[in-house]
Design a protein around this ligand. Structure first.
Ligand code: NAD
Length: 282
């Protein structure tokens, strides 16, 4: 498989939420390609275990594990100092840390604040702290921000998560616009949109991977393939949802505005049948 030029032996990757799930699978995949790895996570025990696995792949000297709360700007600034002190530069920044504790519209303010601070604030912090140095270095580099389909079609049930991930989409689109209009800039931004991936975040008590869920490794393989093709929107399918169905769902969501339907009409009793017919039309 050909790789994006930023992903190469002895290059440096920084992954937040790198101790588990998609982030850890990405860290392993980058390590298998000979990259030096910095993982950042707020879970100290998982971080230590993940660092040990990575060290078996690339050697202890090429792994840095930094306890970090991505919602805290000072933590991200400390992470950047550590990475630069150890490795000197950054070729891949994957702002991936995220949480989904559940939320309701009128639920606790602290829950909303925390979800927004981590899922959206973490991505803004990571980008603002790391990107200027990556741009100034003038080498090909990637910023991959992990969003969600829930930030695009915003289904009912977890509004704070949806709002945070809608923010990640808007931020990353604006970031890529900025980067491509910056003279001499060789950094590009990409929005990773996972499908249903069997990780602690999505497992919700399940110990067996449901048939429809992808593994974190499948998701990362797909991401690497689409990065090589220089896609901005890395829209992952899964065992339940092929790309064609995602396209229909996204088109219907935009159609709410264009057709002047009620919001979230896909889940509105008067529009359920129309949505089904829209999907069936092929
Ligand atoms: P995961 O729980 O396996 O991994 C998330 C990691 O982020 C954990 O190690 C956790 O400790 C870390 N983390 C959480 N809050 C943090 C903070 N404040 N600072 C630093 N680290 C923090 O889950 P995952 O599924 O691999 O999630 C990775 C990303 O993918 C998340 O942004 C999630 O929203 C997104 N995502 C996942 C799915 C899915 O189905 N699993 C679908 C769409 C999007």
């Amino acid at each position: 498989m050909t790789s994006h030029p930023a992903i190469a032996p002895s290059h440096v990757a920084v992954i937040t939420g790198g101790a588990s799930g998609i982030g850890f699978a990405a860290a392993r995949a980058f390590a298998e390609r000979g990259m030096k790895i910095a993982i950042a996570d707020r879970d100290a025990a998982a971080l230590k275990a993940a660092g040990q696995v990575l060290a078996t792949l690339v050697g202890e000297d090429n792994v840095l594990a930094v306890e970090t709360d991505v919602g805290r700007r000072e933590d991200i600034a400390f992470l950047q100092e550590q990475v630069i002190a150890r490795f000197g530069k950054v070729h891949v920044l994957m702002n991936n840390a995220g949480m989904q504790p559940g939320s309701t519209i009128f639920g606790a303010h602290e829950v909303w604040e925390r979800i927004l601070a981590v899922n959206l604030g973490g991505i803004i912090n990571g980008t603002q702290v790391f990107a200027p140095g990556m741009i100034a270095r003038g080498e090909p580099a990637l910023i991959i921000n992990t969003g969600s389909k829930q930030g695009i079609t915003t289904p009912p049930g977890d509004p704070a998560y949806n709002v945070s991930k809608a923010g990640v989409k808007a931020f990353t689109e604006a970031l890529q616009h900025e980067l491509r209009n910056t003279e001499g800039c060789k950094v590009s931004a990409h929005l990773l949109i996972p499908g249903f991936v069997f990780t602690p975040l999505a497992a919700r008590g399940r110990t067996e991977r449901p048939a429809g869920a992808w593994t974190a490794e499948q998701t990362v393989d797909f991401m690497l393939e689409r990065l090589a093709a220089d896609d901005f929107y890395i829209l992952c399918p899964d065992g339940d949802t092929p790309r064609a169905l995602d396209e229909k769902r996204m088109a219907w969501a935009m159609g709410d505005i264009i057709e002047n339907r009620p919001p979230l009409s896909r889940w509105h009793k008067d529009y359920g049948e129309a949505f089904k017919a829209f999907v069936a039309k092929g």
